[in-house]
Write a protein of this length. Structure first.
Length: 138
């Protein structure tokens, strides 16, 4: 699975976004180490706080199916029909990634289109992140 294909799946997931309040529609495609992809979209709520980001939708779908090893996530978002700028994962979503991913290896692909994207590790996006390793007894 190359980056272009993963971005294509994130763009498809974005079509499912339920964002009647912010009108900011986000799609994500999460690639497991076995090569399976879980898609997610943002899901908003009239009470606002129960809203869920696209990235966490994808992670929670995957983890609830037993997945524990992840390689990369592609993210697309924006207010227009097509994304016009990069949508970066929020701090809460970065922390969820930190729980299940090796920060030095996990790739976060923020995309405007299949051709225009940036790729960074989780460690670059969440420096000095706190994760399961910090709770290990020595
Ligand atoms: N959102 C995401 O789904 N992912 C992000 O990385 C940033 C924000 C959603 C949450 C909310 O539904 C809308 O975008 C506006 O914040």
């Amino acid at each position: 699975m190359d980056n272009r294909e993963l971005i294509r799946l994130a763009l498809a997931a974005r079509q499912m976004a339920y964002a009647p309040y912010s009108k900011y529609r986000v799609g994500a495609a999460l690639l497991t180490k076995q090569g399976k992809v879980y898609q997610g979209c943002n899901i908003e709520n009239a009470a606002y706080t129960p809203s869920n980001c696209a990235e966490r939708t994808a992670f929670f779908k995957a983890v609830s199916e037993g997945e524990r090893g992840f390689e990369a996530i592609a993210i697309v978002g924006g207010s227009q029909d097509n994304p016009t700028d990069y949508a970066y994962p929020c701090g809460v979503c970065r922390q969820v990634m930190m729980e299940f991913c090796n920060p030095e290896e996990f790739r976060i692909i923020t995309a405007v289109s299949e051709e225009q994207y940036m790729e960074q590790t989780l460690a670059a996006m969440l420096p000095h992140g706190f994760g399961p390793e910090n709770l290990k007894e020595s």
